[in-house]
Design a protein around this ligand. Structure first.
Ligand SMILES: Nc1ncnc2c1ncn2[C@@H]1O[C@H](COP(=O)(O)OP(=O)(O)OP(=O)(O)O)[C@@H](O)[C@H]1O
Ligand SMILES: [Mg+2]
Length: 450
């Protein structure tokens, strides 16, 4: 429509932009050819023609000039017109121009809001045209690919043959399944590519939306769940098999054997107790994990919690001639937490210190306030932990010496529980150990700020 108008403008210009004298000459020429009385040049009639045409001609010239300036994206003032027709025309052109400007503004705003919507999506998203070129990429895609891939061929952006094949099929209108592939920039990330063909061309001529979903956490969770179930079943199966063996013996060959009964029953009770403990620990771990994302809100006097746990473990320590030395300065600020969970942390750390410490040595429990945190550390003088085992200590069922831990009634879940409780409290667990000299487990907890 605009082009038409410009063309008409040019035509008007061509015909009418001539100076008045030329128009008179033209009028005279026409008269000469058409009517045959040109020999009598009639200056009076030429003047009359000029007089009639000068205002329309003026308006036409002004209009052409006005349209030209509008076309070159200027903001010209509306020129004064001398004829009613000119005034009507110039008003119509100005209105048309304003309408087109408004439409252009709306288009730009719409494009910007589409762009912002795509950028706000957490998943990387690529818009692909029918020539397999990337015609748009949201911020998440640019971050993942570490560049803006717009204008590049899809094959140079994602060098994954399965994804490229699926994109080609999707563009051809063939339904395709999601394609899983490893993180484009390496590492252990896993992504699922999803394809959505657009029935109408989208922004930039896009015909396909390729979205990438980060499956890393989901796959890791799957793996951990499978490992966890395998470990838990294994931990339960061993004592269960032993119980089954004892029951079969007592029900069969040792049916009337009082001595065997007396020998086996305490072992059976111990085994069953260990199984019950394992189940309790598993339940407590799953409960802690369940609300790990909600930080506790109570103000807890950590020194009082520690003192109560230490008191309760004195008999266990005494059984190995060990002492529990508590060093808590007065006036420690309260920490933000949940008292029973913090007691469990201390219980598990002290239980380990006594279990893996050396007979006749002291276990030191020290509290201190530091940088908006209260730290509690448990130091034993046991055999220590090999450096390579340190990063794995808080994994469920991890034990440096599984046989020894089992013999001591351990399930291998104590430190995993500690880690999850500390995480829930937005605290930190630090482990320092030297083989042959002992270990120090320190927990930092945020001070209660009201
Ligand atoms: N203070 C320590 N000194 C030496 N080794 C330790 C100490 N604390 C933990 N460990 C090692 O870390 C492993 C994991 O400890 P964790 O408390 O999670 O399980 P556990 O003590 O074996 O069993 P549970 O705590 O469930 O009774 C232990 O088996 C042990 O090998
Ligand atoms: Mg333990």
């Amino acid at each position: 429509m605009v082009r038409h108008m410009w063309a008409n403008g040019a035509l008007i210009c061509g015909l009418l932009a001539a100076p008045p004298v030329a128009v008179c000459a033209l009028a005279a020429g026409v008269g000469t050819l058409g009517l045959g009385w040109a020999a009598v040049a009639a200056p009076a009639s030429m003047l009359a023609v000029w007089l009639v045409l000068r205002h329309p001609l003026h308006d036409a010239r002004e209009l052409v000039d006005y349209v030209r300036r509008l076309a070159s994206r200027g903001q010209p003032l509306i020129p004064p017109m001398r004829t009613a027709m000119g005034r009507e025309l110039v008003t119509a052109i100005a209105r048309l121009h304003e309408t087109m400007n408004e439409e252009a503004r709306q288009h730009a705003a719409l494009a910007a809001s589409h762009g912002a919507t795509l950028d706000s999506l957490p998943d990387p998203l690529l818009l692909i045209d029918s020539a397999h070129r990337v015609v748009g990429a949201n911020l998440a895609a640019q971050a993942l690919l570490e560049r803006d891939p717009e204008g590049a061929d899809l094959a140079s952006v994602l060098r994954v043959p399965a994804v490229l094949d699926a994109a080609e099929q999707a563009l051809a209108g063939i339904p395709v399944e999601d394609v899983e592939f490893s993180r484009p920039s390496g590492g252990d990330g896993v992504f699922a590519a999803r394809f959505k063909r657009l029935s109408e061309p989208g922004p930039g001529g896009a015909r396909l939306v390729l979205s990438l979903h980060d499956m890393t956490a989901a796959r890791r969770a799957d793996r951990m769940r499978a490992e966890f179930v395998a470990n838990a079943s294994h931990e339960l199966r061993t004592p269960l098999a032993s119980l089954q063996g004892f029951i079969e013996t007592l029900a069969g060959p040792a049916k009337d054997d009082a001595a065997a009964r007396e020998q086996f029953l305490p072992i059976m009770l111990q085994t069953a107790t260990r199984m019950a403990r394992l189940i309790d620990d598993l339940l407590s771990l799953s409960r802690i994990e369940f609300d790990e994302h909600t930080q506790p809100k109570e103000a807890v006097d950590l020194a009082a919690v520690v003192l109560a746990v230490v008191d309760g473990l004195v008999p266990q320590a005494a059984a190995r001639s060990m002492s529990l030395d508590l060093n808590a300065p007065a006036g420690l600020p309260p920490v933000r937490g949940q008292a029973d969970q913090l007691a469990q942390v201390l219980q598990n750390l002290l239980d380990n210190a006594i279990k893996y410490g050396r007979d006749g040595t002291a276990v030191a429990i020290t509290l201190a306030a530091l940088d908006g945190k209260v730290a509690v550390s448990v130091h034993d003088q046991g055999a220590g932990i090999a450096r390579e085992h340190l990063p794995r200590l808080t994994e469920r069922f991890f034990r440096c010496d599984a046989a020894r831990s089992r013999e001591l009634g351990g399930t291998g879940l104590g430190l995993a529980i500690v880690k999850h409780i500390v995480n829930r409290h937005r605290g930190q667990l630090l482990i320092d150990s030297q083989l042959g000299r002992g270990s120090t487990f320190t927990v930092h907890l945020p001070v209660f700020a009201g």
